[in-house]
Design a protein around this ligand. Structure first.
Ligand code: F0G
Length: 471
């Protein structure tokens, strides 16, 4: 299997290839992001997507049974980079696509047109598990003992869960910003036993630090610039097709943060189309929060595009980031999961928007919370960032971009219980954080695992990791 898969630079002018187990997160020759690529001609592929249906019944805890149970690995021919025995799986991806006619009616759409994909039903409560199963598989192949990520909460929860479930167990290290993590997510990283570093800074600062520290200390990086994460996240699209009896929807709508999901969806459809496994590609809408609208600004206002491998108006990206530096701009939104100003997967997301004839919209916090309440009232609920997708559908209906009889799938990325404070605040006006004690009190639990508060400084972070002489 391994000789049929490799890593490849996404820049077509470079297109350098690298081994599967080369630990690189950007092209050493030109600096662009990397894809996992396959030698499809040498891979036995199903002729039609309904081939995958025979795997629905589970066959116990055998290797094959565990892979068939996974909503990622039952499509293993479409991410063929690992031998079955080497795969790390915790039963991720058993999610639900719900037809929601109540929400369709709210937006003046016909019954059977609006579908909600509940990725919050994953074991750690968000879509991240789809990608972690793939990234952990590689981490284990590489023999890594320590894995790390920066996170607004869900990546860290997922990493922490997989780290202690992997065989052999790995140490999870998570970098979270101060203040802005939802308690449901923080509680998971602590409970699953990861070393939790609470950096004095925001997500973008955490992202910069984790890259530095991983590089210095040889810790394996699990954020979504790790291309294996995105391989796993492609499976969200396969499951949508599966639930729709392999009918391609007209639209897929997804919240945009670090832009891993949107990038993965574009890759999934580009490959399925290239392999003749789908007749057409749906359109993609990526929804930013107004307070974290880098993609919206660049794509819709500054004309930044993927143009056959080159980024058109690339200077606008540098100019916007310079403006962030000059003004001390920080992203701010109630949808803390997507409170990100420098999305690492920007080029891949632009490529996905190109492949899927996409567009980008922004929605305010108020609108996000109204639509979150709507998903709670008429569906199974979701966390604030996830509701951006439903809010985005509303905007696109109002604009007349989406018509009443088109079929739309909104990706609900995280579970309602990830951020109960936001829900209680919406319904009662009570800010639970303001009644919580500001400083931690002593704890007596045998397994108590406190977050470690650290300055946004390399030496301090290395010291907190038990490596005082590095940094
Ligand atoms: N929705 C939720 C619930 C998320 O947790 C995230 C990202 C997104 C949407 C955005 O997805 O990055 O693929 O565009 N959360 C990351 C984290 C950043 O650290 O948990 P994206």
């Amino acid at each position: 299997m391994a000789d049929k898969a490799f890593q490849k630079c996404i820049n077509p002018d470079c297109a350098a290839g690298f081994g599967l187990t080369d630990v690189i997160f950007s092209c050493p020759r030109c600096g662009a992001l990397l894809d996992v690529e396959y030698d499809w001609d040498r891979i036995a592929l199903p002729r039609k997507m309904d081939f995958f249906e025979h795997r629905w019944a589970t066959k116990g805890l055998t290797v094959e049974g565990r892979l068939d149970f996974s909503g990622v690995w039952r499509f293993r021919e479409l991410l063929p980079f690992a031998e079955p025995e080497s795969i790390v799986t915790i039963g991720e991806g058993r999610t639900v696509l719900e037809q929601n006619d109540r929400i369709a009616r709210e937006f003046g759409m016909k019954p059977g047109r609006v579908f909600l994909q509940y990725e919050g039903l994953n074991p750690s409560g968000s879509f991240k598990d789809n990608g972690m199963t793939a990234a952990f598989t590689i981490a284990r192949l590489l023999g890594r003992k320590r894995v790390a990520c920066a996170s607004t909460g869900n990546t860290s929860a997922s990493l922490a869960m997989f780290a202690h479930k992997a065989e052999p167990e790995m140490q999870g290290i998570v970098f979270i910003g101060s203040g802005k993590i939802a308690y449901g997510k923080l509680s998971q990283a602590l409970d699953y036993g990861s070393l939790t570093l609470q950096i004095e800074g925001d997500f973008d600062a955490c992202m910069k630090r984790v890259r530095e520290v991983a590089d210095r200390l040889g810790i394996y990086l699990m954020n979504s610039m790790n291309p294996f994460r995105l391989e796993g996240q492609k499976a969200i699209m396969y499951r949508i097709l599966e639930a729709r009896d392999w009918n391609v929807p007209d639209w897929v709508i997804v919240p945009g943060g670090n832009l891993g999901n949107s990038s993965a969806f574009g890759k999934a459809f580009a490959e399925l189309h290239q392999l003749g496994l789908v007749p057409r590609v749906p359109r993609l809408a990526v929804i930013n929060a107004t307070g974290a609208n880098t993609l919206y600004t660049l794509y819709e206002k500054r004309g930044v595009r993927w143009d056959g491998g080159r980024i058109r108006n690339r200077d606008a990206v540098g100019a916007l980031y310079q403006h962030f530096d000059d003004t001390g701009y920080k992203a701010r939104t109630v949808a803390s999961a997507i409170e990100i100003s420098r999305p690492v997967n920007l080029p891949k997301c632009l490529r996905a928007l190109d492949v899927m004839n996409g567009l980008v919209r922004e929605v305010s916090d108020e609108v996000i919370l109204e639509h979150k309440a709507m998903v709670g009232r008429f569906g199974f609920g979701c966390e604030p960032a996830s509701a951006a997708s439903v809010a985005g559908l509303h905007v696109l209906r109002d604009e007349g971009v989406i018509s009443p009889d088109e079929t739309v799938v909104c990706i609900l990325t995280g579970h309602e219980l990830k951020d109960p404070d936001a829900t209680v605040m919406y319904h009662t006006g009570i800010d639970m954080k303001s009644v919580a004690p500001p400083e931690p009190k002593p704890t007596y639990g045998r397994l108590a695992n406190r977050p470690v508060r650290v300055a946004d400084n390399l030496a301090a972070i290395c010291a907190a990791l038990g490596e005082p002489n590095v940094g």
